[in-house]
Each structure stands twice: as C-alpha cells, then as structure tokens.
Ligand binder design. Structure first.
Ligand code: PLP
Length: 520
C-alpha cells in the first residue's frame, strides 16, 4: 500500500483527454498500476487449502479447464487475507477503487460484481427510504423498478420523447422536466430524480441544466449511465454524468469498456451523498465471495482507459463513422447521425452506437437480425421493429465492419429477390397513441407483495395492476405494478395486443387476462 502510494510517475497524465475531459488528477496514484492484478500474480504459487473447491484448477472438471484454461482458475480466488475484501477494502481493492475514482473524477468508486443492475440497486436504496418519491422516466431498465420495489419507494413517472420514425424512446424533454420540477406539487415531494443517459441507442442529453434544476430543488440526481462509461475518454462523446454534476452514476464497464461481463462501477460524489449509507447498502446487496476475475477486469479496464483511452475510443469512433457513412449509401437503409441532435430528448450522440433502420426495405429489424445471424454468422447487439443496433468497440476491426456491410448488402438483395418476406409492410403498422400515465394507487412493492388474481382484460377497469406490461413498439411500459387500470388503457391494450411484435412483462403474453391485486 505504501509503495503504491509513493509511486509517482505522472506518466498517465501525458495523454490528451481532450479539452473538456479530465485525466487522472492525483499524482500520488499511478494509473499504470493494476493493484488487483498484481496481487493475483503474487498469489499464484500459494499452496491452496481454502475455497473455491477447484483449488486453482487442479480439481476442476477437464471440460471446463480446457474451456477456461488453468490461468483463469489460478485467478479465481476470494476472501483470503492476501487478497483484500470487497466489503471492507483495505488493500489492493481499495487502491484499485481509488485509482478508478481518480480517473473518472468521482469522490468514491465501488466495484460491482452484480452488473450495472447491482450498481443501480445500491444507488437507489442508499438514496431512498420507505415511502420516498423518485422522479423517473417511464422507460427505465427493469433493475430500477426492482430497486424501487426493494426500497418501498413511490415512482413519479415522466414520459420520454418518442421518435415515431425510428420507433424508440429518446431522453425526457429537459425543459418539460425542469418545468415539472419547479411547478408541480407532486414533484416537490420527490427526494431524487433518476435519468437513463445515454439511451441504449446512444442518444444523450445535456445533463447540466437538469442537474442544476434538480439540485436547486434540493434533490439528488442519480444517473443510469450503463451505456456511457467511455464518455470520459474522448472529447467527441457526450459529457459524462459525473462531470455534469450528478450525485451518483451507475456505469456498465462490461458493456462499453473491456471489463468482463457483470463487472460494473458505481461512482458517487459531493455533499448530498451519504457515503456511509451507500457503503452499508453496498454491503447488504453484494456477495461476500466477490469474483476476483471480475474485480481484476475492472482494474484492467480502468488501466487500459487511463493509458490509452483516447486512442482506443478514437479508433472505435472512426470505425463507426465509416460504417455509418457506408450504410447510408445502401438504398433502403438509414443510419442516423448528428442530424438527430437538437430535438427534445437528444442533445448529443454516442457515434459508436450505430442504429441501422431497415423499415424502408419493408422488413422488421428482427428479420434483419435473424438473417445476419443465421445466414452469415454475424450477431448484432439487438433489434427492434424498425432497427438493428450495432455497438462498435475498440475491440472491433475494419474486417468486422466490412463483414457487416457485406451482410447488409446481402440482406437488401435477399429482400429484393423476394427471399425474405416483407413482414413490416404486411403488418401495416399503425400504432395508437399511448394512453395517459395511469394513477398510482399502491407503491410497486405493495402491489407485488399483495395477493394477486388474474382477470379478463375487459373486466380489469378500476383494478390495480400487479405486473409490468410493455409492448414493442413503443417499448414504453403501459402499466406498472400499483397502477390503476383505466378504460383507455384497456382499449389501448386490446388494439396493441394484435399489432405488437413483442410483449414483455405480463405472465399472459396474449393480454387476454391481466394479473391484478386481489385485496387492497
Ligand atoms: C440502461 C440500462 N441500465 C441498466 C442495465 C443493467 O445492466 P446489467 O445487465 O449489467 O445488470 C442495462 C442492461 O442492459 C441497461 O440497458
């Protein structure tokens, strides 16, 4: 620990993080170090008479051993004094977290081994008490609802802006949100605002004015930045939430940086955060046997960004730019770029997220994804009714991009030749406007903990939903647990159940019946 603190190379500061990006600030912490990895390397030759049972791979099943390799098992250590402890870190984990906090500009960073979901749970539970109110957009990731349920909190939903042509939700309208915060009596009672920024599709909002308004009302700004940990490392990316002043930020290091799947970070800063309380919730929600494979990968992802972030992210931006430009030369395909910014809900764009809109070909994004996967062995990030979403990372090569472009050209040829049915055209989508946000009669926790019953959709008027109902499109939930089912919602669900390409949440995917609270 002392040697670590005394190491003063200053080398990591040589990189150009861009005028609007900060690099590491503390010259006493060397970003070239990787304390957790160094500890694991020192531990390799130790005679192991402790968990885990595979004993450094010697006791592992040969099939798994051949899949993962002995090296992986040697680093799969947990809970021994030489290796520090995630719940009360004093050694290498503490150092690695301090390095991450320094690099990202946080007051404190927690390494998370249960995904960005774990970071969100910790962030929300440490901010809210039972019965507190929180303002959130309606199209949150399910981990935010789980956190609200666990906290016993009450959501105050705001609508995100919906782009009809692209068929997905953007951010919330900042001006509308600020007005709501300043004038709406319901909003006054909220303790925090939680925003999802950027969206899965890479659209991002200018959080600064929102942050000022939220803080001006004495509330916390929490940000689900699952898709934006790389924002810190390139000037051509949207501003990171921490820099914009957010109090707590959950980041998916495994999604956009080089960390292993599940490895994420929670950053907190400033006087509004009760750090002791956050630490307590972190402990309540985190395994006592955290995987050092995940922790080491967070250490390495931080080091990689500190040493070469701007170059690596710059390369991804360049590749994505090439992809975007060439896709826009393929007739029938469209790939939005910076022209999307400036409308409500979008101030900036992460160019490494490349959304290819296929609707003009008359096919669905689902068909395009299936074609690329089944015919050409190319797997994109995801698809929806009108689009496929591709994430270009610094791990991609020009050959990957060329393969995808060739795949998209073959897709178009297959549609032209009639080898792929025009499902979208056949469906003649005409999605009705969403019904108003329903009144909330119970907190989501009260609703999911109550006794349920299943009733026919047509007889559900006035009942309280005990489940989430989301239809694609628009991918914005129609019902949350605790909400009162209105006639408008019933009418909407009756129509959409015939048109929607996907329904998620309810047990009965046909929407013939709904799960409702039995007794209040
Ligand atoms: C916006 C957003 N937030 C949170 C999460 C949860 O992340 P994880 O899968 O790492 O738990 C996701 C997952 O895709 C997400 O898209």
């Amino acid at each position: 620990m002392d040697a670590f603190r005394e190491f003063i190379p200053g080398a990591a500061n040589r990189h150009n993080y861009g005028q609007d990006r900060r690099g590491p600030q503390n010259p006493r912490l060397s970003q070239e170090r990787a304390p957790i990895i160094e500890c694991l390397l020192r531990y390799r030759d130790t005679v192991r008479l402790h968990m885990p049972g595979h004993r450094g791979g010697k006791g592992a099943d040969p099939l798994l051993l051949s899949l993962l390799g002995q090296e992986t098992f040697l680093s799969d250590v947990t809970g021994v004094p030489a290796m520090d402890e995630l719940h009360e870190p004093q050694g290498c984990i503490r150092q690695a977290q301090e390095l991450a906090a320094d690099l990202f500009g946080a007051g404190h960073t927690f390494f998370m081994v249960n995904g960005t979901s774990g970071a969100i749970h910790t962030m929300v539970l440490s901010a809210l008490d039972d019965g507190d109110y929180i303002i959130i957009p309606r199209n949150i990731h399910k981990s935010i609802l789980s956190a609200i349920i666990m906290a016993g909190a009450n959501p105050l939903f705001v609508r995100p802006v919906y782009d009809e042509y692209l068929g997905f939700a953007l951010g919330v309208d900042a001006q509308g949100l600020i007005r709501y915060l300043q004038t709406n009596p319901d909003a006054r009672q909220a303790k925090a605002v939680l925003l999802v920024n950027p969206t899965y599709y890479g659209t991002s909002q200018n959080l600064r004015p929102i942050c000022e308004a939220v803080h001006g009302q004495g509330k916390l700004l929490l940000v689900d930045e699952a898709h934006g940990p790389h924002f810190h490392f390139h000037r051509n990316l949207p501003e990171p939430a921490l820099r914009a002043g957010a109090d707590a930020v959950a980041q998916g290091a495994h999604k956009m940086l080089g960390a292993l799947t599940q490895a994420s970070m929670l950053h907190v800063q400033g006087p509004r955060i009760d750090l002791a309380r956050t630490k307590a919730w972190f402990q309540h929600l985190t395994s006592t046997s955290a995987s050092y494979l995940l922790l080491a990968s967070l250490d390495a992802a931080r080091r990689q960004m500190a040493l070469s972030g701007p170059e690596l992210i710059g390369r991804a931006i360049e590749l994505a730019g090439m992809l975007r430009e060439e896709v826009n030369h393929i007739p029938g395909l469209y790939c939005f770029g910076s022209e999307i910014t400036g409308q409500p809900g979008v101030d900036a764009l992460d160019p490494t997220k490349v959304t290819v809109t296929v609707r003009e070909l008359g096919i669905t994004g689902y068909q395009a994804e299936t074609f690329l996967r089944d015919k050409l062995g190319i797997q994109v990030e995801m698809s929806d009714l009108y689009n496929i979403l591709v994430i270009v990372s610094f791990g991609n090569t020009e050959a990957d991009i060329r393969a995808l472009l060739e795949g998209l050209r073959s897709l178009r040829r297959a549609v032209e030749a009639g080898e792929l049915p025009r499902d979208l055209q056949a469906a003649q989508q005409s999605i009705p406007d969403l019904p108003p946000i329903p009144e909330m009669a119970l907190s989501p926790r009260q609703a999911v903990q109550s006794k349920w019953e299943r009733v026919p959709l047509e007889q559900s008027k006035g009942r309280i939903s005990a489940e989430v109902v989301t239809c694609y499109p628009p991918g914005i939930p129609i019902l949350y647990p605790g909400e009162v089912i209105s006639q408008e919602t019933i009418d909407y669900l009756r129509i959409i159940s015939r048109l929607a390409f996907g329904i998620s949440g309810p047990e009965d995917k046909t929407l013939t019946t709904l799960r409702v609270v039995r007794d209040v």
